[in-house]
Design a protein around this ligand. Sequence first.
Ligand SMILES: [Cu+2]
Length: 593
Amino acid sequence: MKRDAGMDSTAWFETISLDESDRFPGKRSVYVCCYEPAGNRTLSGLVLLESDELHDWQHLEGVQARIVPDEFQMACELARKDERFLAALRKRGLEDASKVLIESWSAGNFGNPEEQNRRIAYGHCWLMNDAGDNPYARPIANLHPVFDLGSREIIRIDDFGVVPIPPDGGPIRRQQQRDDLTEISITQPDGPSFEVDGFHVKWHDWELQVGYAQRDGLVLYDIGINDNGRLRPLMKRASMAEMVVPYGDPRAANFRRNAFDTGEYGIGVSLDSLTLGCDCLGHIHYFDICTHDWQGNPRLINNAVCMHEEDYGILWKYSVPAAQQTTVTRSRRLVVSSIATIGNYVYGFFWYFYLDGTIGVEVKATGIPFPSALENGKASPYGRHIGDQIESHVHQHVFSFRFDMAVDGELNSVSEMNFSAAPSGKDNPYGNAILSEETRFTTEQQAQREIDARQSRYWRVLNPNVKNRYGEPVAYKLLPGANSFPLQQADSSMGQRAAFMYKHLWVTRYTADELYPAGWFPNQHAGGDGLPQWTQADRAIDNENIVIWHTVNYHHWPRPEDWPVQPVVYAGFHWMPDGFFDENPTMDVPRRE
Ligand SMILES: [Cu+2]
């Protein structure tokens, strides 16, 4: 394959994955992306599996493939042998480079001429703790080897001055563990309520297909719900399509930290193998995922996706006091999840399907917050003192979720709901009137919107061609959860590269290859690709095949309680039926009296 594609033997595979381009309908084809170090070339194309033919194979000028795990390892080893780096370590009293972890983070694009037309990665360094269970325990501030991952060399060492290395805070794994928490075991004596056929899942009224992409990680296809014997589609494809974590410290090289974990590294390649009783509890169905290593050989991730049912408290309840009668039903949800470890951080991506037609989307963030060393014994204005001589800087975790919608069919529309207090006056004599306003979007540029809690704002995806019992178009609403606003200047390098984060809602007309909101190749990209570029066409989106993009921003001002390991924090939102059904669809759920 490498020879046919005009590459030398050093070329490695960034991605071999399902081709979702519609280029060859009805045929099995895969998308392939390679990087050839010798020529610093990124190449991509499609391979037809039956005939082994290569199509659209091209060298992508000025583009850098994602950074793969092997490059992390290679860069770490390069630095440990580099005389300039070892000298910088000695300046800090460090003799043993094997105890130093060097991670090659994406470098961004800040216009540095020395970094143009090369495959640059920016190093961050830590000294491991003596117990060996925290490689990030002791940050080595201000020391950054700058790598050319293509030519496999260190082009320079950025050293902004010695900062004392924080003391060893001891092991994370404490010897003394409490014994007053009794065991919780979850059993389903009759087995689970779901049926699995390969990757196809049926549960309650729900049907969906579990899928995978190397960038997105978990992808759900063909989500639909059975309603009186009719399978009603909702979404053709749903995934977390991009995420970026910009940090807010402008000093030394700290402005560099803004990883696009999806587009620059890949959530899918970083999925954990999950363990029963640890990651998941109850009656679990695991899906194994087959991906590949950088030589193109298959690599199996066992237990990459976990699926199970969870009791979720009460579903609905009412009482008739006169008859001394109370009726309650129990809620439960189907949970489909995966967890990715990317360097110091760990992200869980959880999809919840509820009996009442609600879909919950939740990110669980944990791991080790990025630690830096205190310079003068005090936290900087951009960080918070969270450990002995350790601060962690303010940052945001910004996620872009992509939904190829199909609410009761392919043609959908989108509207925005806003609520406001009516002005006092003749029509509002008691000052209590609440006005509702629904605005339907007709083109892409109208549909770039922000959250607004003051107006209880949410968005509806409706199908104008299908009406409910009351003559309204059937709809699902996108209800934002806790969210935030980006605090990077929009004209900054970071702001332009992650322009998607300035709007919480984007709507685009479906185009097969528009999968990633910061473009296909964000690594070292100068910015402007993806959503801002596509939506310049301002395509029609009313009663069209449309895609919804929702941005979730988790603002993180670290706490002492986030050290040495951060308890899970949550960010997410819900899709809820909103006139999709004619009444509460759970009236047949067994009641308890
Ligand atoms: Cu954080």
